[in-house]
Design a binder for this molecule. Structure first.
Ligand SMILES: [Zn+2]
Length: 102
């Protein structure tokens, strides 16, 4: 019997880049070169100058914890079990993301 090959799959290809089991995943954003403004999730045009054709970038993997809270109730249809943490993280590109940790 042949063992199935282990691999990573992005649940949201527009937001996460998955390489291989050995490499780490990256969040994908885009940047407006004239404004140096970064978007996550990616935008089709810059909200400051309306330029389209923004450049795709991989966002930094470390950031600054802005705030967090604990959850002890399971929302309807949730995929996580309490207790869990919701964290607000500012990435080096000055983009704020929210993470759910179990
Ligand atoms: Zn712009």
């Amino acid at each position: 019997m042949v063992e199935p090959e282990a691999r990573r799959v992005s649940l949201e290809p527009a937001a996460f880049e998955v390489q291989s089991l050995e490499e780490e995943c990256s969040l994908l954003g885009n940047r407006c070169p004239p404004c140096d403004l970064v978007f996550f999730p990616r935008c089709h045009f810059c909200t400051r100058c309306s330029k389209s054709g923004l450049e795709e970038i991989r966002l930094g993997r470390k950031g600054r914890l802005l705030s967090f809270t604990s959850g002890y109730q399971k929302p309807k249809h949730a995929v996580v079990e309490p207790p869990y943490l919701v964290e607000e993280i500012e990435l080096p590109e000055r983009v704020v993301v929210y993470l759910l940790l179990t």
